[in-house]
Design a protein around this ligand. Structure first.
Ligand code: COD
Length: 302
């Protein structure tokens, strides 16, 4: 896909999902869920401070009768209730509202009502539409796992490939990023990137093509890859950027919006259901795009 418009269109064709929103008393979150409902992408159960939600809804010209609200003024408890709604099957997607990321994720990981599937790693996937680039770019993990080890990177890779497949990309090209394109034991992320490449070549990781280590320039620019003499199916044409740790990923995500004026979306996958997780500073458009992304990621895949 080239643009988020296509993601929204694809999500409209799917039977309506219910999204349970944790701490829904946020203007951009409400605008996004109202737009999702209007466009036939998803309906929402708003868990949060009812008085504040109604006041914000009134500003958007929406009457109380048009909303499903579960009152819980405490954000951490609201997150637990939103997660419980998904665990119990009353909703298919959970969404972060006005609550710090770590508190929200603790509810998602909660032992009693949380959404973990056995030992599977949950990870964040960002999708970015960057002006001047011809296709959507996937990136992981810039928001959940701080310093993943190799086994965790394998699962993070599988999670991002799942999302790429959900958007119709059959065999995404994955660049395992580092600062350089040679293996240097003093930079352990280069060793992990090489291991992931070999694991993919040997069929231990399926559904994608991995190459690494690659630096960002030779992952995205054919000219840069050519200059360095790197010849691979991924170099210069990456669909997915697999970052070695949260700081790089978080900066890339924010650079996409604040430096490149791009559009973004974010979702956590690897759980029993997709989790819409954007930054509190993200626009209502980014939140709507993320809902559409989660709706597509929630669909069973072949
Ligand atoms: N997938 C599956 N299970 C996990 C994961 C994961 N990614 N992370 C933790 N768990 C499990 C652990 O195995 C353990 O059983 C339980 O959850 C608790 O794990 P801890 O002790 O690491 O839990 P916390 O609460 O200290 O940390 C978990 C967070 C996800 C909250 C933490 O990793 C975190 O704060 N991540 C960064 C969030 C953030 O600030 N992002 C930036 C913002 S945009």
């Amino acid at each position: 896909m080239r643009k988020f418009e296509e993601v929204l269109e694809k999500a409209k064709g799917i039977p309506t999902c219910k999204v349970a929103v944790a701490a829904a008393e946020d203007e951009h979150v409400l605008e996004a869920v109202l737009a999702a409902k209007k466009q036939g992408i998803a309906e929402a159960i708003l868990v949060g401070d009812k008085e504040k939600i109604l006041a914000l809804a009134a500003q958007c010209g929406v009457a109380a009768d048009d909303l499903t609200i579960v009152h819980e003024a405490n954000p951490a408890k609201a997150a637990l209730e939103a997660v419980r709604l998904v665990s119990s099957g009353e909703a298919q997607v959970v969404m972060k509202g006005l609550i710090p990321t770590a508190d929200f994720l603790r509810a998602v990981l909660n032992k009693d009502v949380g959404l973990r599937q056995g030992k599977q790693v949950l990870s964040h996937v960002a999708v970015m539409e960057i002006p001047g680039r011809e296709k959507l770019l996937f990136m992981s993990d810039g928001a959940m796992n701080m310093r993943p080890d190799l086994p965790q990177k394998v699962q993070i890779l599988k999670n991002v490939v799942h999302v790429a497949h959900a958007l119709g990309l059959e065999k995404p090209r994955v660049a395992a990023l580092a600062a350089v394109e040679v293996v240097n034991p003093d930079m352990p992320e280069t060793v992990d990137a090489a291991a992931l490449t070999k694991m993919c070549e040997r069929g231990q990781i399926k559904g994608c093509i991995v190459d690494g280590p690659l630096a960002l320039d030779n992952a995205l620019s054919e000219e840069a890859a050519h200059h360095k003499g790197i010849v691979s199916e991924v170099a210069g044409r990456a669909d997915v950027l697999l970052v070695p740790e949260i700081i790089c990923g978080n900066m890339l995500y924010k650079a996409a919006t604040f430096l490149a004026q791009g559009a973004v979306a974010g979702v956590v996958v690897g759980a029993k259901a997709p989790i819409v997780m954007t930054s509190r500073a993200d626009s209502s458009a980014a939140k709507l795009q993320s809902i559409a992304l989660a709706v597509l990621a929630a669909q069973p895949q072949k």
